[in-house]
Write a protein that binds this ligand. Sequence first.
Ligand SMILES: [Zn+2]
Length: 233
Amino acid sequence: MTGKSIREDICEVGRRMYAKGFIAANDGNVSVRTAEGEIWTTPTGYCKGFLTPDVLVKVSAAGEVLEGNARPSSELKMHLCVYRKRGDVQAVVHAHPPFATAHAVAGIPLDRAYMPESVVVLGTIPIAKYGTPSTEEIPEAIAPFVQNHNGLLLENHGALTWGKDLQTAYALMEALEFNAHVSFLVRQMGMERELSHERVAQLVSLRQKMGFTGAVPKGAPCAPGVDVCFVQK
Ligand SMILES: [Zn+2]
């Protein structure tokens, strides 16, 4: 992927996140690591729904600005932490999608086996301890989760996903918010049911065949032969 197409793809993801209500005003940030190990990032102080390739900023793996006139994302440290810990990750997406953020505020991780797709694609989404944005507190809080997950909630803040390319990282953000939306609705309905341990085990072998990695929900301890049962409170 060339520098130009990387920047165009970042702008497109910004437009989609804004259109879907995942970010408000100047919130959120997106980055992509190049084959050379440099990182293209969104600038701070811009609405990510209206980005143009010329305002993006290229930084080194240490965060020094290499190209661009704007200042890099204020959350760059969080992105750099993911890249340092995961050599296989080439893109990071941060947003404040309402249902995911509500879970982050309420302190509810997305760790239930509600739906097969969420078990296969998302796995378990934990909550990283609260940190002041733009400080080292956030990288320190997310570091323990980066290796074994594909995304997480930032306590009282928002959501973060990462992947082997930008399409993967962004798709995970959409999947995460969809899962949080369903989680919110079933809790409202008071009818929380979860897939059984056995069904989750089948999904785990499926996700391994499909190349997904990371921690997955445990599932519910249902009676033998029962696929779905109410969450034990
Ligand atoms: Zn944020």
